[in-house]
Design a protein around this ligand. Structure first.
Ligand SMILES: Cc1cc2nc3c(=O)[nH]c(=O)nc-3n(C[C@H](O)[C@H](O)[C@H](O)COP(=O)(O)OP(=O)(O)OC[C@H]3O[C@@H](n4cnc5c(N)ncnc54)[C@H](O)[C@@H]3O)c2cc1C
Length: 404
């Protein structure tokens, strides 16, 4: 039985420092430029690939931490550097979660490396569940997957929206309805291999924040993928659908199992942004003089900073708890994964807003990074489940009541 400790071990500290150095030296100096350009920052992804940070080996390594803390540490540091660039680097890992969460060992070995490529030939992954009429309500997906027994192929048709790396990814993981009557229990995940005809990018969105990360629609028109691209395989799917049709409970819901695993990591990203804003505001408050003294000498400012620090630490503890529970396979009986993402997202929005307040006019203009951090933070109360949906998950978990 391991002793309770919040001290990071040598491996964790080493990776944390390594990612921090990359964030400080590569992401911070490039952040403003790529925010303005609003394009995929290929040179930055290449830099990350060259040092091994953008690679399947790195993801395998951080997932191997038995305490589950290495990945959230890395996420926090990357987003401390810049959340838009961090998302360009981390976006492929959502596809990895989709593959690892639902695929067979053979499928994982085949497709996960292809979500990254090599430093000479960068590849991207995308995970596509959201649709124009199915955002929070994932159960009402319209994208259909139909099996063609004659050719052992699946035929995908539909439209996905808001997809990170959508249409520019090499590997798209698509969640589609196999049996729409079964709602979420009739869903399955499919890998669409690079260059498959019929998959194309629709509109690319211009965003409020994380603008270096590509977000677009993905259109699927008679996309044919081999039977081997159904994650988990057909036997398992048929068995699951049969159980669902009999009204028996089914453990796996394709999209939900991916989000459960990734929510605490999304929380860790939000904490990175909040910490960046807090540190900046603290330094600024010590230097900015008004009425003949540094503004931090006013309780009104100092107490804001005290609250910012406390909220960041509280959010991080929830994230670490959820990551530790995930790594040690403890069930999230009280919605602990959702709690961590909910708290961290709301803290990031609040802390970055307070940082603007502490900088006054300087916080509101683009010469200073704080307004960008505020814009970047807002997505953390929206994607991977809005704050309202996280509260719903927690409320249902703690009460056992099907709250709407
Ligand atoms: C930048 C960005 C990147 C994204 N990346 C991806 C991606 O890679 N892959 C992917 O599949 N999706 C992605 N998304 C989609 C994201 O997950 C959805 O936007 C999110 O789930 C919310 O869905 P929606 O936008 O349709 O909002 P809606 O579901 O329409 O919600 C609108 C409002 O209604 C509230 N609401 C809805 N239902 C309830 C309810 N039952 N109770 C209380 N309140 C409710 C919501 O909380 C929200 O405030 C991304 C989105 C963005 C903006």
């Amino acid at each position: 039985m391991a002793e309770f400790s919040l001290e990071l071990n040598e491996d964790q500290l080493q990776i944390q420092k390594w990612v921090h150095d990359f964030a400080e030296q590569v992401l911070r100096p490039a952040a403003s430029e790529w925010d303005e350009r609003e394009e995929t920052p290929w040179p930055i992804i290449e830099e990350a690939a060259k040092i091994g940070l953008y690679s399947w080996e790195f993801i395998a390594n951080v997932f191997a931490d038995p305490q589950g803390l290495t990945f959230p540490l890395a996420c926090e540091e990357l987003c401390w550097g810049d959340a838009g660039l961090a998302m360009a680097i981390l976006g492929s890992t959502l596809a990895v979660s989709g593959i690892a969460g639902n695929g067979t060992p053979e499928q994982i070995a085949e497709w996960v490396p292809q979500c990254f490529g090599t430093p000479d030939k960068i590849q991207l992954g995308a995970f596509a569940v959201s649709e124009p009429d199915a955002g929070s309500d994932v159960s009402s997906l319209r994208t259909r997957a139909v099996y063609d027994a004659a050719t052992d192929e699946w035929v995908l048709n539909g439209a996905k929206t808001w997809i990170t790396n959508g249409g520019i990814a090499d590997v798209h993981v698509i969640v589609a309805a196999v049996d729409p009557e079964l709602k979420a229990r009739g869903h399955a995940s499919f890998v669409v291999p690079p260059g498959t005809p019929g998959l194309r990018m629709g509109q690319k969105f211009k965003k409020h924040g994380i603008r270096a990360s590509h977000t677009a629609e993905v259109i699927l028109e008679d996309v044919r993928v081999p039977g081997s691209c159904l994650l988990g395989g057909k036997d398992k799917l048929d068995e699951r659908l049969a159980r669902a049709r009999e009204g028996k409970s089914t453990k796996v819901q394709a999209a939900m199992s991916t989000f459960e695993a990734s929510r605490p990591l999304v929380g860790a990203q939000a904490i990175g942004i909040a910490r960046a804003a807090y540190e900046y505001a603290l330094d600024y408050a010590k230097e900015r003089v008004q009425f003949g003294k540094p503004i931090i000498e006013n309780q009104a400012i100092a107490f804001k900073l005290a609250d910012m620090k406390m909220e960041i630490d509280a959010a991080r503890l929830l994230v670490w708890r959820a990551c530790w529970m995930g790594a040690t396979r403890k069930p999230f009986l009280n919605g602990e994964g959702s709690m961590s993402k909910l708290k961290a997202g709301e803290v990031a929005v609040k802390v970055t807003e307070e940082a603007i307040q502490i900088l006054g006019g300087y916080g509101y203009v683009r010469e200073y990074p704080v307004e960008r951090w505020h814009r970047d933070s807002k997505i953390y109360t929206i994607f991977e489940g809005t704050s309202e949906i996280q509260r719903l998950v927690i409320a249902r978990a703690i009460s056992g009541v099907h709250i709407r």
